[in-house]
Design a protein around this ligand. Sequence first.
Ligand SMILES: [Zn+2]
Length: 516
Amino acid sequence: MMRVAVGGIDHETSTFTPVPTTLDDFRRRFLLEGAAVVDTFQGTNTEIGGFVAALERQQAEVVPTMFAEAHPGAPVARRVFEELLNALIKKIDDAAPLDGVLLDLHGAMVAEGEQDPESTILRSVREVVGENVPIIVQLDIHANVSRAMVDEADALIARETYPEIDMAERGEECADLLLRTLRGEVRPTGAVCQMPFIWGTNQVTAEAPMRDAIDALHALEALPGVLTASICTGYPFADVPDMGSSVIVVTNDDQGRAQALADELGGWLDDRREDWFGPMPATADLIPTVAGDGRHPVIFADREDNTGAGTPGDSTGMLRAFLAADLVDACVLYIVDPASIRTCEGAGVGATVELAIGGKSDPDQGAPVCARAEVLALSDGGFLYSGPMYHGLSGSMGPSAHVKVKGVHILLVTEREQPFDPSFARSLQLDVDRMRFVGVKSQAHFRAGLGAFASAIHVVRESSVHNPPSGPLVYRNLGRPLFPIISGPEGRSMTHVSARDRSSQELHDLQGIEGE
Ligand SMILES: [Zn+2]
């Protein structure tokens, strides 16, 4: 019986956010050892759920090791990274002899003193298991892929949906490829093309133009000798040498062909670099247009305070715009604000309280919105994911409150998590599908569970630590030129896009970037 180790360390790191990433943040999300790794994820739409399903179906022995994941935030503290890595390595070492290793790594982690921690993880695992034990890794579509990662692993397979709903499916693909390798049927050989651009907001894989990119990817995967291929749109809020988009191709024992095919698709995507950027108006500029057309619900997606990309989740720009426009049957999902929740808990359901909502983490997140609010519901934050993302997994937003200011419902939460589906809101007696205007702090993941009932979706842009009102983010450590980031006196920054035949407003809109 083949013995396959299963585990991982998963973090998407912003080098621009003040939200720290501590060991407690991993404990609050996932810090699992031994059997708990399988027990937690078996039967769920997760990476490890997929690994386990395919291994068991093919009568391989699942050897659970360690799995750690924290919500996106600032670079992982050095000591924490070492502790997690040592725990994973010890578990893999203790599990010897192993036939193969399946890992779940996000691919866009940064730790203090480690600009490419995934390659460090892979090198450490390789040292323990040796050259002859294949290591196959599932990555997030937003991975910043380095050559070292490709060299250390036998194969990297990234998710190919955004919103990301193919975790289990890709997990099964990883396990299937590992078992084919162990049976001697194939010899995975990978190459990466690091592309010279970052991806904008047009990366929803079910819609044009991103659907064309995925079609091109599938056409490449159908070629003889190609085992798997991935497009990583990258995670742009990390000022590290390997930040950027990439194509990975894995062939059956043909390095030259893997590289040529990766370069070919990379070139095709780069020829269309401007297609990956969509418009991002301010909420206030958009409201008059969409409020007048009578189609509801309309979703406004504030992609600049997307907690899924590591921001604090308490920016107030969208809420302020909703209130200024006197919207009714409107809601904002969610605003991270434990202090206001405590005020609500003290007053109780049905009370009216004076709140300073949000805007507490960083001046770039905007000032708090001071308002009289009605407390409509309170909860400990526990819920079950009901949409395609994480279906079946239990989640918690921590102590939470549903308050209403004039016509706007606001869900105040403690944990930084995006609205993936309506079930958490429903647990606080808010039926999102009955709202006329829905504001979310998310760029795309909300589409998985909320998109079906929206009559229109608009990505909007408000101030945040990822979109500072004082000026664009400045990068100093990039390893290659990346459209539309250009060099300036202070370093490279997002300003002054030089695209052909664009109006100045379009150029401004082009500057948006995305990652989750
Ligand atoms: Zn992602």
